[in-house]
Design a protein around this ligand. Structure first.
Ligand SMILES: Cc1cc2nc3c(=O)[nH]c(=O)nc-3n(C[C@H](O)[C@H](O)[C@H](O)COP(=O)(O)OP(=O)(O)OC[C@H]3O[C@@H](n4cnc5c(N)ncnc54)[C@H](O)[C@@H]3O)c2cc1C
Length: 387
């Protein structure tokens, strides 16, 4: 007999932590993580932005449902704010102006604060942008920076306060169900629960395979980011995040430096993703051409995996024909900002409840997220390159 609980959550990134937080309201939760530190993979490598209009319609609904928690977390959840003002500025050259206008037509229906602005105003908001190239922008003043560590550790602390456990160095090696109980054999011992939640990020299909679930066709994609010193005359507080209208690069302040990314999406096997020199060189070239910045010494560099299924919506819900196995996967490039909503949805479906209320009002149903939805029917794995 191993350690027992009501819900065993596999993976202690933001997805597992938020699901564990919601599940721990009604039962004992054990959160097991392969690494010695939670957040070592995608969760600790994100750009930490909340962009409410980002993603497809399902993601946008979950963004919206997540915002109240991020704005006003429960009493005692954390000691610092989760969100802080940032704003985002999509910027266009002559060539990418049609992308910007199309984006504006789409998001103006979703937000009354998003504005299309001319080159002068773009330059006023971000003086380092290249005036000779940037012709217009789309300004979203209500987009925010997320303090990922505050959110992530807020969840984990709350789980512990309700009697739950976080167990590190606990890679799941096998999963077996017998007499309505799952047993996970891990490097840290055995754990048992009637319900397991698969929140293993890029490895979710591997965990599914251990349990005997059909693949959801998860395709991890590598994204690179690095930080560098801003010029002395650029004031970072108040500077918006800048995203190219064709999403070929982005730039934002991060911890007193500037973060740059080529917004790459290179297919990868699940792994400890590392930045490639070529991807960084591409980003540096794009940033230097579209701004007046010179990227000198790199302060840090990183890469992480953003994992998508075919329709780019998350996968949440019980695997048909496999009792007690709940998916919480496919968070793509939105897993931090959607965490509060995803946690609530995962907990409801893992308990066998439906989710209604604000989600229904926002127009999403369990079917949009189900592992056996039509869009995932032929879920052959996306092409995987070596990591
Ligand atoms: C460069 C970059 C920028 C991004 N920017 C943003 C952004 O601005 N806003 C946003 O919302 N999102 C952003 N994202 C996406 C976001 O980071 C992810 O969607 C999110 O972190 C996914 O969380 P997760 O918990 O599913 O995955 P992870 O954080 O990868 O966690 C999964 C965990 O499962 C564990 N695991 C796997 N297999 C096993 C096993 N066999 N046994 C035990 N444990 C196991 C892993 O060790 C890992 O810790 C970005 C991602 C990247 C890479």
């Amino acid at each position: 007999m191993g350690e027992t609980c009501d819900f065993l959550v596999i993976g202690a990134g933001i997805a597992g932590a938020s699901a564990a937080h919601e599940l721990s309201r009604t039962g004992k939760v054990i959160l097991i993580e392969r690494e010695s530190q939670p957040g070592y993979h995608s969760t600790g490598r994100s750009a930490a932005l909340f962009v409410e209009t980002y993603g497809n319609s399902v993601i946008r609904a979950i963004n919206k449902a997540s915002r109240p928690f991020l704005d006003t977390p429960p009493e005692g959840f954390c000691e610092a704010p989760i969100l802080s003002p940032r704003g985002t500025l999509f910027v266009a050259t002559e060539d990418t102006l049609p992308n910007l206008k199309a984006a504006f037509e789409e998001v103006r229906r979703l937000s009354d604060t998003v504005r299309l602005i001319d080159a002068d105003e773009v330059h006023r908001l971000h003086p380092a942008l290249n005036r000779a190239l940037i012709v217009a922008g789309l300004h979203s003043p209500e987009d925010m920076d997320i303090d990922v560590a505050v959110l992530h550790w807020g969840y984990i602390r709350a789980v512990r306060a309700r009697g739950g456990l976080l167990v590190g160095d606990a890679e799941v090696l096998s999963l077996k169900r017998q007499e309505a109980v799952w047993t996970a054999v891990t490097r840290a011992g055995d754990f048992q629960a009637p319900i397991i939640v698969n929140a293993a990020g890029a490895w979710a299909d591997e965990i599914g395979a251990l349990a005997g679930a059909a693949p959801i066709g998860l395709g991890p994609k590598r994204r690179t980011a690095f930080t560098f010193d801003p010029p002395m005359d650029l004031t970072l507080p108040g500077l918006p995040g800048v995203i190219a209208a064709d999403e070929s690069w982005y730039l934002k302040p991060e911890a007193g430096h500037l973060l740059g990314s080529p917004a790459d999406e290179t297919p990868s096997a699940p792994c400890d993703a590392q930045p490639e020199e070529l991807d960084m060189a591409i980003a540096i070239d794009l940033i230097e051409r579209h701004t007046t910045l010179k990227v000198g010494r790199l302060v840090s560099k990183r890469a992480g995996l953003r994992s998508f299924v075919a329709d780019k919506s998350p996968v949440v819900g019980m695997e048909p024909g496999l009792d007690g196995f709940c998916w919480c996967a496919g968070q793509g490039g939105y897993g931090i900002q959607t965490a509060p909503g995803m946690g609530r949805i995962t907990a409801a479906l893992a308990r066998g409840d439906t989710f209604t209320g604000d989600f229904a009002a926002l127009g999403i149903t369990a079917r949009d997220l189900a592992p056996d939805r039509p869009a995932l029917k032929d879920a052959g794995r996306l092409k995987e390159d070596a990591c």
